[in-house]
Ligand binder design. Structure first.
Ligand code: SF4
Length: 87
């Protein structure tokens, strides 16, 4: 289990307000659940920070920064490629 209390931007996260109503770890077949989580992320003031953190720490489950694990795998490959090119 991730200790979210150590993440500095966590206090501004929109999901904190709805964590009892919306799952951010829906089943990958649950399109309604995924859409509900993404809708919350769309209005989150720290979505960029959340997505960056999820990519940097390679979160393989759940919705982070408005993206599913599958979507993040693609983003992470591109992110790693950009780092390689820059070094
Ligand atoms: S982007 Fe989504 S998962 Fe990330 S902190 Fe905001 S509401 Fe939570």
């Amino acid at each position: 289990m991730i200790d979210l209390t150590i993440i500095p931007w966590r206090e501004a996260a929109a999901c904190l307000e709805v964590r009892d109503q919306v799952s951010f770890f829906p089943d990958k077949e649950d399109m309604v659940g995924i859409a509900r989580a993404k809708a919350v992320c769309a209005g989150c003031p720290v979505a960029d920070e959340c997505l960056s953190w999820a990519l940097e720490t390679n979160q393989t489950e759940g919705i982070w920064g408005g993206h599913t694990a599958k979507e993040r795998r693609s983003l992470r490959r591109r992110w790693i490629e950009e780092i390689r090119k820059a070094s």
